[in-house]
Design a protein around this ligand. Structure first.
Ligand code: DOR
Ligand code: ZN
Length: 425
């Protein structure tokens, strides 16, 4: 017995199938796409009136296990993911212990399988303990299942080490994801350096902390003819550098988060610590530039940078609060509301940014497209259904969202992972 999705208007990155189809999922795979497939003994979902997308893929999530299970666990993070329409997530290594050896990778992979909601792919650290001193054993980590490496939360400041990491990654055909923020320039800044930080008296983090790292990484990628993926781009100037690098054929890809294309640093004047994030929220001009860069392909994909923090940790002064906000449950809604509905991108392009491109960038074969033979990872949405973000609505263990109270379009109706319904509205 399989799962049969009837009357599916399929939205892939390259096109919307105008004529509704039936999709049959057997043994975790999409076994047939046709009209009028007989129901037989299959479990049936009627998708009439909805849109049927390849499962969303987030290549930038923070689960806090091991180490800070009070903020998020693999189980609660998986639940938040499937509620947000994600069937695959990649978790960053800034856990405790850090994901810098095969044992931690195995622990996370096993726990994710026990939970059994979505695919969880651990990202290995570039340097041991994320200390910027010594490279991890990337070959061992790859063998354990790491497709990508990052010291996210901070940059690899040591350029020689970063160059070596890029060389090993090229040899092993894995991805380096760089958090671009030079801490010597950030120098304790807690929000974007600009008019707002000056007005409200908070220490500013200047945009050059990001752009000098973007420029360095592009140069190293060029020199080595190696790939680099730039995490959570927040600035107009970063987009300009990436756009130029792409015209030169440099193998750079980049991601942006909804909070960087929806919010400006103006919201920090509320002193709400859920607006404190790294890289910080920027100016209106930057927000507009990120949207344009998503539309024109400079930014390849949309990620959440889901960064859960407890109420206790966030309920302190702005200066003392940890950086980060949760994003798994609001990412689709924000993208549809702020990019698709205003016509900045269409639904197929959204599917590219949130499923096909992430799959391609990290090398997840058989994902990112609804296609016969592919994994049966499918998200069914109603793009017009409105809902309100509420604190109680979050299934994530943490509630640190600056979007509470917002009306959003696009409701996830079903999330299907490996042919199994893992979430139903
Ligand atoms: O705001 C952030 N929070 N940015 C990061 O890069 C790390 C993250 C976290 O782990 O909390
Ligand atoms: Zn991050």
């Amino acid at each position: 017995m399989g799962l049969l999705i009837k009357n599916a208007v399929i939205v892939n990155a390259d096109k919307i199938w105008e004529k509704p189809q039936d999709i049959l999922c057997i043994d975790g795979k999409i076994s047939q796409i046709a009209s009028g497939i007989a129901a037989g003994t299959h479990e049936v979902i009627d998708a009439a009136g909805k849109k049927v997308l390849p499962g969303l893929i987030d290549i930038h999530t923070h689960l806090r296990q091991p180490g800070r299970e009070d903020k998020e666990t693999i189980e609660t993070g998986s639940r938040a993911a499937v509620k947000g329409g994600f069937t695959s997530i990649m978790c960053m290594p800034n856990t405790n212990p850090v994901i810098d050896n095969a044992m931690v990778v195995e622990f996370i992979t096993r726990e994710a399988q026990r939970v059994g909601l979505c695919n969880v792919y651990p990202i290995g650290a570039i340097t041991k303990g994320q200390q910027d001193g010594e490279l991890t054993d990337m070959a061992e980590l790859k063998a354990a299942g790491c497709l990508a490496f990052s010291d996210d939360g901070k940059s690899v400041l040591n350029s020689r080490l970063f160059r070596l990491a890029m060389e090993y990654a090229k040899m092993l055909d894995v991805l380096i994801i760089e958090h671009c923020q030079d801490p010597l320039l950030t120098a304790g800044g807690v929000m974007n350096e600009g008019i707002v930080s000056t007005r409200i008296g908070l220490k500013g983090d200047p945009g050059i902390a990001e752009t000098v790292t973007v420029a360095r990484d592009i140069e190293i990628a060029h020199y080595l003819n190696a790939r680099v993926h730039l995490a959570h781009m927040s600035l107009k100037r970063s987009c300009e550098l990436i756009r130029f690098a792409k015209t030169q054929g440099i193998k750079v890809t980049a991601e942006a988060c909804p909070h960087h294309f929806v919010l400006t640093d103006e919201v920090c004047s509320s002193f709400d610590t859920s607006t404190k994030v790294n890289p910080p929220l920027r100016s209106k001009e930057d927000v507009e530039a990120i949207k344009k860069a998503i539309a024109d392909g400079t930014i390849d994909c949309i990620v959440t940078d889901h960064a859960p923090h407890t109420k206790e940790d966030k309920e302190v002064g702005f200066d003392g609060a940890p950086f980060g906000l949760i994003g798994l449950e609001t990412s689709l809604g924000l993208t549809v509301t702020e990019l698709v509905k205003p016509g900045i991108i269409d639904l197929p392009k959204m599917v590219d940014k949130m499923s096909r491109a992430p799959a391609r960038i990290v090398g997840l074969a058989n994902k990112g497209e609804i296609k016969q033979g592919h994994d049966a990872d499918i998200t069914i949405i109603d793009p017009d259904k409105e809902w309100t973000v509420t604190q109680e609505g979050f299934v994530s263990k943490s509630k640190n969202s600056p979007f509470i109270g917002r009306r959003l379009k696009a409701q996830v109706e079903y999330t299907i992972c490996g042919g199994k319904v893992v979430y139903k509205a």
